[in-house]
Design a protein around this ligand. Sequence first.
Ligand code: BEZ
Length: 249
Amino acid sequence: MTSQTWNPQSYLAAAGFVPVLGQPVVDLLAPQPGETILDLGCGDGTLTARIAGSGARVIGVDGSPEMVAAARARGLDARVMDGHALHLPEQVDAVFSNAALHWMKRDPAAVVAGVVRHLKPGGRFVGEFGGFGNVAAVTTALLAALAKRGIDGIARHPWYFPTADQYARLLEAAGLRVADISLFPRPTPLPQGMAGWLRTFAGPFVDDLGPAEQAAVQADVEALLRPSLCDAQGRWVADYVRLRFVATA
Ligand code: BEZ
C-alpha cells in the first residue's frame, strides 16, 4: 500500500469543507483561555488557529510535513508526529481531533493510549472522524474498479471507520469515561466533484498505477457512483458518516 500524500493548496480547493464542517466539534470542545490543547491531526491548522483564537494555547501535530509547514506558516506551534506514537513533554487539558483519526488505522488502541498518557486528570478527548459506513459507496466503487484490473483493493484500504460501540469500548478500555458518542450520516457536497475527492484522498488505492490506469479507475468509479451520488446538475455529494464523541480522563 502506498501512503497518503498531502498538498495543502489542492487540499484547500478540493476539501476546504473539512475544517468548515469541523466547527461543531470546536464548539463541543469549548476551549477556554489559559488551557493547553493538543490538536491531533491538525492538517494545515485551520481549526488549530480557531481554537487558539479562544485564548487557549494549542499544539498541533500531524503526520504530514507539508501540512505542518502550512500550519507553521500561520504562526502556529505545529509538529510532525505520528499519532500512534504521541510524545509531548507535557500533559494537556484537552485533546481535539477532527477528520484525522480514520487515517490512524494501524493501531487505534495505541493512538488512544497516547491521548490518555497526555491528558491531565479530568482532561477531555473531543473528536470527530469517519465512522462505520463512511464513504461506503465510494469505497465499494474503488474496490470494484481495482478488482476489474486484478488488484486487491481491500489490501490497500487505508481507513479506520469503527461503530460507536466499538470506539466506545476502545476509549473505555484505555481508562476514559465516554460522556457522549454518536454516529450520524452527513452527506457532503464536493466542490471539485468526485474527481477532486479521489485526487485528494484516494492516493493509497491508486498511487502506484500509471497515469492512464489511474484515469481509467477514476472514470470507472465516477460511472459507478454517478447514479447515486451525482444529481442532474452534475453536483456530487459524498456519503459521509461521522462518529463524534466526548470522553474524559
Ligand atoms: C472523512 O473525512 O471521513 C474522510 C476523508 C477522506 C477519506 C476518508 C474519509
